[in-house]
Design a protein around this ligand. Structure first.
Ligand code: N01
Length: 504
């Protein structure tokens, strides 16, 4: 089911709006609900898909589920007493997002099937000119909520475009492709792959898992809620908030091990080793999949069925690098040819080099891509970038988490943006643009805090780091610290222009 009927209407004609939100995943939808509640701003959400949900709409691969406990994986203003288990599966999360959108009554503020092709700051008119597949818009403020894990990163492997079998990215699963009994290759062993592999291992004929770096995998404390728990979540006042607070507190403690004392992560490493020993009986295979970096350096993965799946007789882990793909096979650097009917590309996303950055032109026409390419992907409080006036980012630079729910960070950013819009209205500001010196100092301090973290010292390469070697994706503190920093819009950090002054 979809939250709404697809909007197949003819392209909208040129239209001015106070606030344009791009994207309707957890972030954009949350912002829309907030602005609707405030009722002060004329706003519209442009969504390239045909439904709300963002990555939870797109990632429909077999086994897709969340690695954050269900109790933390909802908006604080729309707790979900209906969760059926401790770690929710994708269909349940998507249904929650759809229901939240419907209940909040914001679907009629969405334009679905509307992809933003270009957004350019018009300094003279003090507005954004936004070109989309459904017509042109102008907006006083743009809120970019396009997500960090939405643009598939396809591997640059010789000959891959000539493969004649089924081939698709994990986040673009082809449900028409029947893999039953087929010879299948999965490239990658990240969070997506380790869910896909156990989900398809039994039904495919043969499975080759191409592993470049062995990941750390912790037990997944997943179980169905009992009837009593479900009733309590639904009917006992405060029970769900209490459960949420408990999970929150446990998760937050990991920050110290991740960012200040990586040695504190050792118990997790031991737990992961025990799980590896129990899950895989073959010692040679066990050696192959033993990680060689500190746990936490890459995203920590959780699964109870990945190792047993690798141990199946119809599954091979291939660690020789891929040399090329031919019309019907994957060839490794040692010359081995493995014929396959299908290739699943679970190679992650463009995070620090997202193609969406190309479409945004700030002052002097410079793209966000060029800006990030020079100085690294950086922002002020993850929300504003110098030279991009009246544009705010949700899930912006250094707002990701290695330990807890992104929804917590998203809500903090929404508070900040809502307060920014309120401040602009109250003070009659036509533009706000973060000061370059403030942004610079903020990022120097961020990088200083990140230096001792396991993400920098743990001996791995990960999508957390950009091409300059900086961690431009993760927040190096407790989520409540970010909440505190973003509680109010600190207008002094911004160059502002007042509408009244311009009129004179
Ligand atoms: O992508 P990834 P993902 N040849 O980038 C390998 C979230 N998420 O889609 O480690 C061969 O993590 C690459 O190898 P290496 C979560 O935040 C959450 O799995 O770079 N291999 C790696 O093994 C997660 O972190 C959930 O050496 C190549 C894999 O592909 C993020 O999304 C579920 C290669 C990519 O792993 C991304 O996860 C899913 C090449 N050319 C995702 N290029 C849950 O909540 C890359 N690789 C459970």
């Amino acid at each position: 089911t979809t939250a709404t009927k697809p909007d197949d209407s003819a392209p909208a004609t040129s239209r001015h709006i106070d606030v344009l939100i791009i994207g309707s995943g957890f972030a954009g939808l949350g912002a829309a609900i907030r602005l609707a509640k405030e009722g002060r701003h004329d706003f519209l959400v442009l969504e390239r898909g045909q439904d709300v949900g963002g990555t939870w709409r797109d990632n429909t691969y077999p086994g897709a589920a969340c690695d954050v406990p269900s109790q933390l994986y909802s908006y604080s203003f729309a707790l979900n007493p209906e969760w059926s288990r401790s770690f929710s599966k994708q269909p349940e999360i998507q249904a929650y997002i759809q229901k939240t959108a419907r209940t909040a009554g914001v679907l009629d503020r969405h334009v679905f099937g509307c992809e933003v092709l270009d957004a350019t700051w018009d300094a003279a008119a003090e507005q954004w000119n936004v070109v989309t597949t459904k017509g042109d818009f102008t907006a006083k403020v743009v809120v970019s909520a396009v997500g960090a894990l939405c643009e598939p990163s396809l591997p640059d492997i010789k000959g891959i475009e000539g493969f004649t079998g089924e081939i698709f990215h994990s986040s673009r699963w082809n449900h028409d492709a029947d893999l039953t009994g087929k010879r299948v290759a999965v490239i990658g062993t990240g969070a997506s792959a380790i869910q896909i592999v156990p989900a398809i291992a039994k039904s495919v004929g043969h499975l080759d898992v191409y592993q470049r770096t062995a990941p750390w995998i912790l037990p997944r404390a997943d179980r169905e809620y009992t009837k009593a728990e479900r009733l309590a979540y639904k009917y006992v006042p405060g029970f769900q908030r209490l459960a949420r607070a408990g999970v929150y507190a446990i998760r937050e403690t990991q920050v110290v091990g991740l960012t200040r004392q990586p040695l504190l992560m050792k118990p997790l490493q031991i737990a992961a080793r025990v799980q590896l020993r129990r899950g895989i009986k073959d010692p040679a295979l066990r050696r192959k999949v033993t990680p060689h970096f500190e746990i936490g350096c890459k995203r920590m993965l959780i699964s109870n069925d990945y190792y047993p799946a690798l141990d199946r007789p119809n599954v091979d882990v291939v660690t020789d690098g891929i040399a090329e793909v031919t019309a019907n096979a994957v060839v490794t650097k040692d010359g081995t040819v493995r014929e396959v009917d299908a290739i699943i590309v679970a190679t992650g996303f463009h995070v620090t080099d997202s193609p969406t950055f190309e479409a945004i032109h700030g002052r002097d026409g410079r793209t966000l891509a060029a800006t990030f390419d020079d100085g690294g992907m950086q922002a002020y409080k993850g929300s504003a970038v110098a030279n991009f006036p009246n544009m705010f980012f949700l899930v912006g630079p250094n707002t990701g988490l290695g330990h807890s729910s992104m929804v917590l960070m998203i809500e903090s950013q929404i508070n900040y943006v809502a307060d920014a819009l309120g401040t602009m209205a109250r003070q009659g500001l036509s533009t706000v643009e973060v000061r370059a010196d403030v942004q610079h100092e903020y990022n120097v301090e961020l990088q200083r805090k990140l230096q001792p973290s396991v993400w920098m010292t743990g001996g791995c390469a990960s999508w957390y780091l950009d091409k300059h070697g900086n961690n431009t994706t993760l927040w190096p503190g407790f989520t409540f610290e970010f909440r505190r920093e973003t509680r109010t819009f600190d207008v002094a950090a911004y160059h502002t222009e007042s509408a009244a002054v311009r009129a004179i």
